[in-house]
Design a binder for this molecule. Sequence first.
Ligand code: 13P
Length: 232
Amino acid sequence: MRYYANFKLNKTSKEVVDYFEKFNQYNINQQVCFFVSPALIDGAVKSTEHPIGTQNIASQKWGAFTGETSIEQAIDLGCKSVLIGHSERRHIFNESDALIAEKVKLAKEYEVEIVLCVGETLLEREQKFDVIKRQLTSALDNLSSYSNIIIAYEPVWAIGTGVVAQNADIDEMANYINSVLKQNYNTTLPILYGGSVKTTNVKELKTINSISGFLVGGASLEPDEFYQIIIS
Ligand code: 13P
């Protein structure tokens, strides 16, 4: 299975070094990747052999875009993976489907893994299949290849709330996502689940055959806890 940590806006550079000092001692034979904020990429890359990803990229390569981080800057620092379309970017920073599509298209020009996040809000729950289809197709329609893309299904109402989606619902959505991918692009992609994944529920979540791993927020911030999630 694959385990992706999303540190969000947490940790200083010293805390990242301390984190990996501990985490690197664990013998892990699974795929693990850490999404950190741009300011921490350099320190994280130098502190661990595990791949480091960035939590966001600008939709433009270069130019007058104050405050942004470009994909080339992230790659230059050693980033191997890019998180695009996280619900916090969609809902707090008002990123549109069109902007997310631009970011995905740009990232595809580079040899990085793309983790594309999709997920419905509580209000959208009744139309969740339509919402997910729209988020997927808007981001993927203009691509000529789908290699190196992973889909993270993160229902917004499950993120940071302690409310985890039911196994049957996650399984149903993962199968739906792959049916949309098959129908529209003749492909299937690995699917991660994210939203309140914890040591206490991950064993149960691992019984879902249609998902390939997890995107973990809060419970990835302590090395022990994240390690327990991986080995559970
Ligand atoms: P939590 O695990 O804290 O719910 O966050 C999930 C998430 O947003 C990962 O990207």
